[in-house]
Design a protein around this ligand. Sequence first.
Ligand code: ATP
Length: 752
Amino acid sequence: MTDVVPVHQTELEHERGYVAGLYERLDELRAEKEHQLARVRKEGPQGSVQNVSERDAFATLYEDRLAQLYAVDDRLVFGRLDLDGGDERYIGRIGLTDEDQVRLMVDWRAPEAGAFYQATAHQRLGVRRRRHLMLRGRTVVDLEDDVLDATLLDDSSVHHGAGALLAAVTARRTGQMGDIVATIQAEQDAIIRSPLKGVLVVQGGPGTGKTAVALHRAAYLLYTHRDRLKTAGVLLVGPSQSFMRYIDRVLPSLGETGVVMSSLGRLMPGIKAVPETDRRIAKIKGRLFMADVVANAVANRQRLPAGPRKVDVAGTVLTIRPKQVRRARDRARATGKPHNEARATFVKIMVRELADQLKDKLEKSSGAGNNIDRSYLTEDVRTSRDVRIALNLCWMPLTPEKLLTDLFSKPEHLEMAAPFLKAKQRRRLLRAAEDPWTEADVPLLDEAAELLGEWDASAGRAQADQKAARKRDLANAEATLTNVHSMLEDFGVDGVVSAEDLVDANQAGDQYVSAAERAATDRTWTYGHVVVDESQELSPMQWRLLMRRCPLKSFTIVGDIAQASSAADVTSWAEALEPFVQDRWRLEELTVNYRTPARITRMAATVAQAAGLPVSTPQAVREGDWEPTVTRVGTAEREAALLAGVAEDLERIDGGLLAVIAPVSLEREVAEMLRATYADRVGSGGGGLGQDIVATTPGEAKGLEFDAVVLLEPEQIVREAGGVVGDLYVAMTRSTQTLRVLTTGELPAGLR
Ligand SMILES: Nc1ncnc2c1ncn2[C@@H]1O[C@H](COP(=O)(O)OP(=O)(O)OP(=O)(O)O)[C@@H](O)[C@H]1O
């Protein structure tokens, strides 16, 4: 009898040998870069300015490359293609060549790697066999072959494993999202590699890999369109800080660090907004008419005095008349500049007119002729405290924060700016001046910043100077690049470095900041591409802000319209996008659920459909081991039932991650209950180090996943969402293994 193990073993040994070679090369490259970096650093700050800045530019390049080489260590290689011509092609996180430029491994994003994800038995794309390599540490521990060429089926080297995809989707969750680079499915790959231009909407039910696809697409676009995107950058927007923490390791593991990641609450540099807990407020602040409210609020800060106003200029009393202010105001507004910048025009006109008035008065009182120096008079007017106060009352320089604080804390300001809102709606918007900014305020602050412009006109000039200097530097850098071309080639980075890289590196020496870092701190930065996750949640005002961040309108928008909470207030992508791009967007759909077992998706879909949500019948990759349960208990028994359920589920998931998802009003109580038994094991969001139990809410759990979910009081969750079932649907679809529903009251339709 022939034993199958030796054949498998032979193949395994073969792959181990090859993979060891790849790691050897990786180590070599690291050592090389370390050495080059040390050498450059050792040179110290000598030589001409140009030498010093060239040295800094190289140091930064080596540091970036080193960071990338270190980030890709885990599962460096994951696939092999056997091609018709007899060639073998290894697919991994980055491309590797040996000293003679012979290719050892292809970057998964390169066109030559596409077949790894796209080839099927029907459309082989020249592939005879696709092999998945499963690694632990640096060792290949298993193989899995997809045979696409039927003549290979009897080949003894073919190995059918347990299924790379199944192994990936059943792996225990850690509270941190991992990449899916080894098992991207064909429908996902087509989206990841879709062209850069235009607006791409990716619609998919829960767990279909929308977040994973969004992240891999960001990495793919940066790789494929490096020239265009390296300097402008890519912005990735997610719903909350806990979500951003959940996904923040994925891009580095794909060797990419150039993406600016931001939650909706952090899109305005310098503002750390908290979630808006009152959905009614979020809804009002999210509507597009708020742009008019903000514009009105700005216009209302360009005021006419009620009557003539006397001002003292160096002992002479002058009069500021409403008519005069109106004229100056109209001319300043006609410049089309933002408030703070147009103010300079307003002040200039007023000062000139007052100086004329002063001149007349002085001449009249002294009887002197036309011989008073105008510049002295202008200076007198300008430095008069009375004049300064009077002009400020007419046209005060403002920050976005000050404008909105006044707007929402002074009822008369709000009434003037939003006369078309009902009194009840305006009352709802009022807040104390010291209240923290919420996510719903961020687009309004951004709108205000846009209309107010730079605080100080000289800051605008400084920016223009900076731009001119940058242009000069770019020209110099182009010249430098030509000189160092051959040097770069030696280091294997030619083409990776651009003139912009050199300028950036030159600008600040050790305080070098990448395009991504600069973009993250500059509100007016415009990106080359924007990826938006959980985008069904965005309000029209949030869309408006994001559209401003990418005038080229190059977007990847992923989400599930059925998961929308009530605050988002949209029922279709067409409705959400129409105001900004009309019908110029394309739709792709993801149809397979990789997260949630079929038993759970069926129950969640029933609940969604009972509420009239347009949820299609889910297709899940596995059935799951445990039937979801729904239990009704008396209020007095709720705690005991919860703790018993948690204990049982923890045992089932054996070291995995468990979440109790509760209505917002119960979250704190639930966290305390859990802490009384599990102490430090209890965390929030996606959990933390050593925390395998999480107390959370449907809003916070959006986009995250857990091995077990215990869901408390579903009817109350629906009530808190203003009767919309989206949040409950989100909560029910977070689990990778078990779902347990506990209620003391009614149950929503579909769960009864
Ligand atoms: N091709 C794949 N191979 C392995 N795992 C995958 C694949 N696609 C998705 N997954 C896994 O399925 C889970 C769900 O993916 P993801 O969070 O991206 O879904 P989603 O569509 O954004 O979900 P939701 O809208 O419910 O938040 C993740 O654990 C992800 O790693």
